[in-house]
Every structure is written in structure tokens, then in C-alpha cells.
Design a protein around this ligand. Structure first.
Ligand code: PLP
Length: 314
């Protein structure tokens, strides 16, 4: 045996035809692949510096929910970060459809992601990097487990504050989440289900993957600053209008949260989710509140409404 073939190169991997497409499909490097084969370089600034943005879109019973709003937010986020997307808006939408079509999933989450990409060797200058766009469809899962949603969450108010919006713009959906991770560990250590982070002044901002509303004397209030302007938060304004519940966008001090009649959180992956305990103490009756339930029912009824959804031709 010659020295050269002592360590033969492995044959290139053949595509694994046994992978079930329902595990998820990714669009990456310009083509579609099983989600588990979708990989990016360790040198991508998206990984090394959290220099990236993403979105999460819901597919419910074969229909996209509020797709246009998610596409608009993702495009705005890319533009704000000076990430030049290598695809047009129409191509971006086509890729969303194609990922779901190829997966065959009726209920899915679709994530478009754009990272700064890799710079030329040795450069730390983001202008030297080529943005990397990919997207994937994966089976739907809730931010909060369904059984926890149904009984209502025990929400912990973290001692760690949310990173200042003057430092990291929370309106751009991002992966700068070490404050949330610290908050989550604190919440679990204190026996809670999840966490809300205050700002430096003690006003509530948001949690890892959701916005928050309080209801007091029949009116709903959600924080005004320091959080992602979630699409479910925007939808909640519309639902409240339909239900003739007045809404306010204003600071929510922790004391107001503790004194609220009802509290709920909002997220694409889960919708409207009641909070029934705060820091281990029951909120009012300790049961999901009636207004929360009304908004929640109306929210889910919109998932069959053609005005709110776009059907997918599988
Ligand atoms: N806040 C944060 C930090 C989030 O990551 C998310 C969604 O993942 C939300 C709020 C809720 O946003 P949306 O309603 O658009 O899902």
C-alpha cells in the first residue's frame, strides 16, 4: 500500500434518501435539503457574533398565518442591519412555500435567517463578509407546552434586566439572548415555567419568545419600549378592537403586573397564553382570566379565515 492511500479520503456523502421530509426541509446554499443536513460554517459571523436576524412564521392546517407581516418584518430587519439579502421578496416568499411543500407538513414553523456570513480570511470587518441566507420548515411546536398553557403559567420576574434597547435594538429579531438564558435558569431554579425581564427602571419588557399584556379594569396594556414589536402583539390590538377591549401601549411597572386582573403573553408559536401565577403566587383566582380566554378563542378562529391566511398548494 502506498503512503498516499494509507488514509483514503472518505467518499462524498450520498444524499440520505431515508430521511423523512416531515422532519423538516431547509433551503441552504441555493438548494433544498433535509433539515438535519443544513449546516453553516463556524466562521460565519452569525454564529461567532450573533450578527444575524431571523423570523418565525406559522403554518397552521396547511395555511400560512399573517405571512406578509412576517416577510415585511424580516426584510426591514435585514435592511436595518445592512444585510443585503441575496434573494428578492418574491423569491423569499417562494422559498417559504417550497420548504413547506417539500416537507408536506400541515403544521409547521418556517424560519428565514440571514447572517453576516464569512469575511475574507483574517478580516474582522463586517463589510468584508458576504451575507448568507437560508430558511427552513420544521414541525410546529409551541413556545410554551400546551398543558402549561391550558393551566396557565407560573411566570417569574427575573432579577437580571433585559439588555438596553439603546445597545441592541430589540425590534430586530435577534439571537443576542444571554440575558434571557440567565433569566430562564433563574426562573427554573425558583420553580417557575418561564421568565419576564424588567428593564433597568423596573418596567416589564418581554420574555424569551413572547410579549406580555396586562388587563386591569377591562382594559389591556402592553409595554411600550425595550421589546420586539411582536406580530402576535400587533394582532392582539386588532382582536381587542373587535372585542371592544381598549388597549394601551405604556410602561408596565412590575407592581402593575402583580396587581393586574389578568396577564397573558403572546407569540407566533403558541398565540395567546395565560399567566396564572407570578413568582409562585396565584394571580387573582389563579385561573386563566375571562378576557384572556376571549382573545385566545378569537385568535385561533382567525387561523381558518382567508383574510388572515394563505393556503399552500402541496
Ligand atoms: N419577543 C421576543 C424576544 C421574541 O423572540 C418573540 C418571538 O419569537 C416575540 C417577542 C413574539 O413575537 P411574535 O408575536 O412576532 O412571534
Amino acid at each position: 500500500m502506498s503512503a498516499l492511500n494509507e488514509f483514503p479520503m472518505p467518499a462524498p456523502e450520498a444524499p440520505d434518501l431515508d430521511i423523512d421530509p416531515a422532519e423538516g426541509i431547509a433551503f441552504i446554499d441555493g438548494d433544498y435539503h433535509p433539515l438535519r443536513d443544513a449546516k453553516i460554517s463556524v466562521l460565519d459571523f452569525g454564529f461567532m457574533r450573533s450578527d444575524c436576524t431571523f423570523d418565525t412564521v406559522k403554518v397552521w392546517d396547511g395555511r400560512f398565518f399573517c405571512l406578509g407581516r412576517h416577510i415585511d418584518r424580516f426584510l426591514t430587519s435585514c435592511e436595518t442591519l445592512r444585510l443585503e439579502l441575496p434573494v428578492t421578496r418574491d423569491e423569499l416568499i417562494d422559498i417559504h412555500f417550497e420548504c413547506v411543500r417539500r416537507s408536506g407538513l400541515q403544521r409547521a414553523l418556517v424560519k428565514p435567517i440571514c447572517t453576516r456570513g464569512m469575511a475574507v480570511p483574517g478580516s474582522r470587518d463586517p463589510r468584508d463578509a458576504t451575507p448568507n441566507f437560508f430558511a427552513y420548515a420544521q414541525p410546529y411546536s409551541d413556545t410554551i407546552k400546551k398543558e402549561v398553557q391550558d393551566r396557565g403559567l407560573n411566570m417569574i420576574i427575573a432579577s437580571v434586566p433585559r439588555i438596553s434597547p439603546d445597545s441592541v435594538n430589540p425590534k430586530i429579531k435577534n439571537y443576542n439572548r444571554l440575558d434571557f438564558v440567565a433569566g430562564l435558569f433563574e426562573a427554573y431554579d425558583r420553580g417557575g415555567d418561564n421568565v419576564l425581564l424588567p428593564d433597568e427602571d423596573g418596567n416589564i419588557t418581554e420574555g424569551p419568545g413572547f410579549n406580555v399584556f396586562i388587563i386591569k379594569d377591562g382594559e389591556a396594556t402592553t409595554p411600550h419600549r425595550g421589546m420586539l414589536e411582536g406580530i402576535t402583539r400587533q394582532i392582539t390590538f386588532t382582536l381587542c378592537e373587535e372585542l371592544q377591549i381598549k388597549t394601551h401601549v405604556a410602561p408596565v411597572p412590575t407592581v402593575d403586573l402583580l396587581a393586574a386582573d389578568e396577564v397573558f403573553i403572546t407569540s407566533t408559536a403558541g398565540g395567546i397564553m395565560p399567566i396564572t401565577m407570578i413568582d409562585g403566587e396565584p394571580l387573582q383566582s389563579g385561573k386563566p382570566g375571562p378576557k384572556t380566554e376571549q382573545i385566545r378563542d378569537l385568535y385561533w378562529s382567525k387561523h381558518e379565515d382567508p383574510e388572515w391566511t394563505t393556503s399552500i398548494d402541496y
